[in-house]
Structures are given as structure tokens and as C-alpha cells.
Design a protein around this ligand. Sequence first.
Ligand SMILES: [Zn+2]
Length: 339
Amino acid sequence: MSIFKQELGRLTAATEQFDKLGILDEQFWFSWQGARYPLPIVKFGPSREKPAPTLLLSSGVHGLERIGVELSLSLIDTLSRRIKWDASLNQIFEKVRLVIVPFVNPYGFVHFRRSNVNHVDLMRNAPIEAEERTPWLIGGHRLSRSLPWYRGFANELESEAKILCERVLHEAARSPVLVSLDIHSGFGIVDRLWFPFAYSKRPFPLMTEVSALVDIYEENFPHHIYRIQPQSHDYTTHGDLWDYMFLEHQKQSSNIFLPLSLEMGSWNWIKKNPLQLFSKLGFFNPVKGHRRARTLRRHYGLIDFLLRSLYSEKFWKEIQIKKNENHHQSRGRRWYGHL
Ligand SMILES: [Zn+2]
């Protein structure tokens, strides 16, 4: 059996497993080149029509960044075991919805490539232009689909991007608070937690909410591992889906929507094991078993914290009170200086 068939079989088997466990919430199929590719959406907690604070995790937007997909799959596996006995987790899922889109780009995953079937980089595909100078090619371009970071046609979302955007905007409109975490790997040495914007260096409008969440995280977990900052501090891009979704959401709703991205710093894995550079996957994924295991358990604390913060209604109410009293505004200073 070819390696591609094997990988496709893995994704299909995972999807069937979600169905069996009763956590498969939406299911999309694509037919490409004579094969069927699944794009499942998994859910724990209240139904998608019910207003509920929501955490949405997505991974595998870039097919080569396989460790993110592994992380989502292992989290789904853990949670579906824990809900059988863990009363506190069940209590959380009575109030909070957790949505997981484990492989947004199934074709890229199966065929070991960053882009989708049409050679489009889904994270450069949104109809939004950078306000700042972007790094050449990396920032997204329409020069040629045979070059990486290709944006696709203007004003045309690729099917996978469309599915993600529709679900996220649906959640954002119904959830009093939606926090999303899009999981990537490949940039830098440290693990970064980015919030918008990618297209602009201007301050993210929900600075009070981001600051409050970061403050409480840092107070409670002072030894955490993340560098937390707007993505534009690292680099700017065209076509970022989260910028686009956030701005679309703001046009129609005042519900809180905080889109975060986790960028796992893969250069550290390479530093420790330079031979990885010679493999296509090695640049984006930990290759050695112990490093892979460490990466898979490393982020559970963050995900648990986000779930618990969403469960704590009082926390979000107090932010609104502080917002009205204009507290916290100055907190953006650490990121934007002039605020
Ligand atoms: Zn990525």
C-alpha cells in the first residue's frame, strides 16, 4: 500500500472513531483524484445551536505541520476517555463547548505538503491585504501556484478555508465568548502564542480581554513557556484567515472573539537534532520519539486553562466591568508602547 493511501486510511479511521464515540458534530468529504478525503469537526459539550462559551481548536491548516494534528488527535482521545469518569470535566462540558477541527487540510496532510490540493496556502487565502510590508513570498503572493505561500484567487476562499470560517463565525455569533487556538509549528525557537493582527501592526481591538486573560495566565502559571504577542511583532502576512474572521465577526456581533495561534518553535528540535534538516517533515515536526511525546504533553496545561477560564463566567463579567471603567487599557503598552 502506498504511503498516501496509508495516511488517508488513518484520517478516515480517526473520523469513523469520532462517529462511534458520538463526538462527530459535522462531517465534510472531498473527492480529489479518485479518493475521498474527510474533514471532520468534533464537539464536546452543548450542541452547536445553544449559546455557550466556546473553545475552538484547529490544526493541520498546513499539511506538513503534522505534530499539531497529532496533538489534536491525542487530545480528543484523552478527553473521550476522561469524560467517562472525570466529574469535573463533565461539569465543564455542561456549560462550555469545545470544538476541534483536527485536520483542516486533509489533502496536505496525506500528501505531506503545506498547501491544499490547489497549491493554495490556506493561511494566506483570506481576502485581506497587509497594511505593512510583508516578507517576500512568505507574506503571501499570487505570482505562481508552484511557489510556496501562494494565496489562490482573489476573493475566493478555498473549500477547506470556507468550512473553517463558516463554523468559526457560526460559533462566534452564538457564543458570548469564543476563544480559538489554531495550532502550527515551524517558526523560531520558542513556542509562541499569537493574537491578531497579522495584516497590520495596529493594536488588536480587544486589548482589555487579551490583557486580562494573559495577566491571569501569567499570575497563575509564572513558569509558562510561551512568548505571547501580536503576530505582527514577528512578521506580517496577507490573507490571514483569523484576521479576516475577526473583522467579519466584528461587523455583525459584539460577542467576544479572541483568535489565538500557537506556533510551536520547531527550530529547537532541529538544533537538538540537526539531521532533521535533511527530511521534509523534519523542519516542522519533532522526529525523535521522546521529543514528540514531550511536545504532545506540553500544551495540555494551556488548553485546560482556556477551558476553565471559559467556564468561569465571573471572570469574563469582571472584564466587562473593568472595560467600562477603562481599566486595563494601559496594559496594551507592553505590546504596543504608545497605548
Ligand atoms: Zn503553519
